[in-house]
Write a protein that binds this ligand. Structure first.
Ligand code: CMC
Length: 429
């Protein structure tokens, strides 16, 4: 059945085309609304606005479904390496064994950063937040790799995408090492992606360091569940910046900045801070649930609620199961895990949270695993950025290839003063 939409503005009625996705999602195409009626749509926070069609990730927030290129995230998390999932997101298909081996080799060749980039790290203030460092250094990659900045050259774009995937763990680990005053550790390319990152994070030149395979496995899983989430704030930022023909490094740097906010990726750090606060305050979970419900108090339960999920976030389920697995191996020995479980139990049976369909999101349990791996709290969102990198790249590429590609430029309804006479400085009161 062909769907149509009609809109009446005053006496003027217009017919609007309807776009239906492969999962039967319906979108009313308003792109010609202004030219035919003079009116625009207004949707603050884009609660109801589709900014694009996309073939990368499908999520159904009511049913708690998340699929990358059609594959359920649960299956990918149980069976794949992070680079395999990166390949899937960026290329659209799972790699064959030969393609994966070639891809891993390619990424390995680019793990080091230009020696001058290492000097950057000395310039940041001690205690600088690693997300600020990551965003700055990723943006600065454009100044070090001018040979891969032409957004119209598919080979250059491919090279910059490989550089970003390969170098982000190195930059992230450098940010951490600098903050604790230890020497920056070069990548060791015989290690696979996650193990290499852990090696750069935790080894010191003076001692032997063996990566614990359980830790590398847990990190691999965390990176996969963070790898894409369709048109979220940071991904929309990456697409928007890229729509101006800005290069991939600049676009991703802006995405990292968007991710840093506590309502987005920064929630994992804020969540562990909150759990710690509850612990130090006598583990009185109900007190904090009440605070979150109190409209006079701006406190929110971090790691709870989501714009799209009105059901348990499937990523939170996977992470919770991984926490349980690490717990059974004696690797999670953290009082905040117990507090988190109690908090979840209380919140999920409380009318306020039930009515508003507020469930734990991806950030609720991820911090517990990061802590079990010895990752310091200020690095949590940096790990989110590492995981989201292939998603950002895939979306940037899709945006570039879209036949209808235009610079993203929303409109507004002006509510300021109407025209008024200029008052010279001397006459102003
Ligand atoms: N604690 C208490 N109340 C909440 C919470 C929360 N965490 N989240 C939403 N609400 C209430 C909110 O006050 C509002 O109530 P009312 O209808 O009475 O005004 C209602 O639920 C709807 O909330 P909203 O703010 O209109 O929903 P939104 O879609 O604009 O915001 C959100 C989504 C994720 C920003 C929000 O749920 C939130 O602030 N959560 C805490 C931060 C967090 O965990 N963010 C991570 C999101 S998932 C990963 C990611 O995106 O990076």
């Amino acid at each position: 059945m062909a769907l149509g939409a009609k809109l009446k503005i005053g006496d003027h009625e217009v017919e609007l085309p309807v776009v239906v996705g492969t999962e039967d999602e319906v979108g009313v195409d308003v792109s010609a609304l202004r030219s035919s009626t003079g009116a625009i749509t207004l949707d603050e926070g884009f609660v109801n606005t589709g900014s694009t069609t996309s073939a990368i990730t499908y999520l159904d927030g009511e049913k708690g479904i998340l699929r990358y290129r059609g594959y359920p995230v649960e299956q990918l998390a149980a069976n794949c390496s992070f680079l395999e999932v990166s390949y899937l997101l960026i290329h659209g298909e799972l790699p064959t064994a030969a393609q994966l081996a070639e891809y891993q080799d390619l990424i390995r060749q680019h793990t080091m950063v230009h020696e001058s980039i290492r000097k950057f790290f000395d310039g940041f203030m001690p205690g600088a937040h690693p997300m600020a460092i990551l965003s700055a250094v990723v943006g600065a990659l454009a100044s070090f790799y001018p040979d891969s900045l032409d957004v119209n050259d598919p080979f250059q774009v491919h090279v910059s995408a490989v550089r970003l995937l390969a170098k982000t763990p190195t930059i992230a680990a450098y940010a951490h090492k600098e903050s604790i005053g230890q020497p920056l550790v070069y990548p060791k390319n015989k290690l696979e992606y996650c193990a290499n990152f852990l090696h750069m994070m935790f080894s010191v030149p003076a001692e032997e360091y063996e990566v614990d395979p359980d830790d590398a496995e847990a990190l691999n899983l965390l990176l996969i569940v963070h790898a894409d989430h369709e048109q979220n704030c940071s991904t929309s930022t990456v697409r928007m910046v890229g729509s101006s023909d800005a290069n991939l490094f600049a676009s991703i740097s802006a995405g990292i900045a968007a991710l840093s906010g506590p309502l987005h990726g920064g929630a994992n750090e804020a969540c562990v801070n909150m759990l710690e606060r509850i612990r130090k305050d006598g583990s009185n979970v109900s007190k904090y649930v009440d605070m979150a419900k109190d409209k006079a108090n701006n406190f929110r339960l971090m790691g709870f609620g989501h714009r799209v999920y009105k059901n348990y976030d499937p990523r939170a389920k996977i992470i919770k199961a991984a926490c349980d697995k690490l717990l059974s191996k004696g690797k999670v020995n953290d009082p905040i895990f117990e507090i988190a479980q109690k908090l979840e139990e209380v919140a999920l049976t409380d009318g306020y949270f039930v009515e508003r369909k507020l469930y734990p999101n991806v950030d609720f349990y991820s911090g517990v695993i990061y802590r079990a791996l010895g990752i310091p709290i200020e690095m949590f969102t940096v790990l989110f950025a590492m995981g989201r990198m292939p998603g950002w790249i895939a979306h940037w590429l899709e945006m570039r290839k879209s036949p209808g590609k235009k610079i993203n430029r929303p409109r507004q309804i002006y509510t300021g003063p109407t025209e008024r006479e200029f008052v010279p400085l001397a006459k102003r009161k």
